[in-house]
Design a protein around this ligand. Structure first.
Ligand SMILES: Cc1cc2nc3c(=O)[nH]c(=O)nc-3n(C[C@H](O)[C@H](O)[C@H](O)COP(=O)(O)OP(=O)(O)OC[C@H]3O[C@@H](n4cnc5c(N)ncnc54)[C@H](O)[C@@H]3O)c2cc1C
Length: 252
């Protein structure tokens, strides 16, 4: 069973977002594996334990992604591909086109990815890739059962569960509840340093991966002022509330 895991590095979820010159500042920031991608890595490891095979991590991002890739290799993945050429970076369209192009050159039975990246949060990349590859897509998996030809997936649908079958190869995205990602062991960390990490050139025409969207502005949410509690007799409170909604909130 050849398994590809799409792995994105994101800001640590505890990080405070700071803007500098209209851009999100990466100064002093801790980076982690996108939490949903950790479930994908863990599930790949469990499938490999039962079915054998090879786990390859695939990432598109800058050099700093290597630290997260090494963590996933320390968890037990076998090898990794990092596409760190800035010419390949762009919007969801660009990222999916580039990743799909590289996937087409790999051998795979199963592709696992997070169902959303906790930073940019578009939840688009895996679906787009499955569409380009012409393979089934199953989102938000909380249980995956597999034989050599088929997969049965229990998927989270807003708190309910839907059971879906597909034949391999298939692309599945992972949801919280699927598993408990393991911590890398010390021997795992030592071994990970020597596991293969390739940074291949991707031959793809610039026009074919031209971003379809443009970020016009990035800004923080406006600061919320403290709430107000009205006191006193109920008719007086109602009158004061109307006056506040009219004069201050200007919503009536
Ligand atoms: C270095 C860098 C430069 C960028 N430059 C631009 C830019 O110029 N213009 C612009 O509009 N946006 C830019 N982005 C944002 C980029 O478009 C989004 O990160 C990307 O499209 C993925 O969208 P998402 O994070 O919302 O992924 P989602 O679709 O929410 O991610 C779902 C899953 O897809 C997989 N996945 C997503 N992205 C990657 C990846 N890069 N590598 C491997 N797996 C992945 C993961 O498994 C992830 O859990 C940049 C991002 C990075 C990291």
């Amino acid at each position: 069973m050849d398994i590809l895991v799409l792995l994105k590095q994101t800001f640590d979820t505890e990080e405070k977002i700071v803007l500098k010159d209209g851009q999100i500042s990466e100064e002093g920031v801790e980076f982690i594996i996108n939490p949903y991608d950790e479930y994908a890595v863990e599930e790949a490891l469990k499938i490999k334990e039962n079915h054998g095979g090879t786990i390859t991590l695939l990432s598109l991002g800058p050099d700093r992604f290597e630290s997260s890739i090494r963590t996933a290799l320390a968890m037990g993945a076998d090898q990794a591909i990092l596409l760190d050429d800035e010419n390949l970076f762009g919007d969801e369209y660009t990222v999916s086109q580039v990743l799909a192009k590289v996937i087409q050159e790999q051998s795979y039975d199963l592709i696992l990815a997070g169902h959303v990246a906790v930073d940019d949060g578009s939840g688009q990349v895996p679906q787009r890739i499955a569409e380009i590859l012409g393979i089934p897509f199953i989102g938000t998996a909380v249980k995956i059962e597999l034989d050599d030809q088929h997969v049965t997936v229990h998927r989270d649908v807003e708190g309910d569960t839907e059971v879906v079958e597909a034949s391999l190869p298939v692309l599945i995205t992972t949801q919280q509840g699927l598993n408990e990602p393991r911590y890398p062991s010390l021997p795992g960390i030592m071994k990970a340093k020597k596991k293969p990490l390739s940074r291949p050139d991707v031959e793809i025409e610039k026009e074919a991966i031209q971003a379809k969207t443009e970020t016009l502005e990035t800004y923080l949410p406006s600061k919320k002022s403290a709430g107000r509690i009205l006191f006193g007799e109920i008719n007086g409170q109602a009158k004061e509330l109307i006056q506040l909604l009219h004069n201050e909130a200007k919503v009536i």
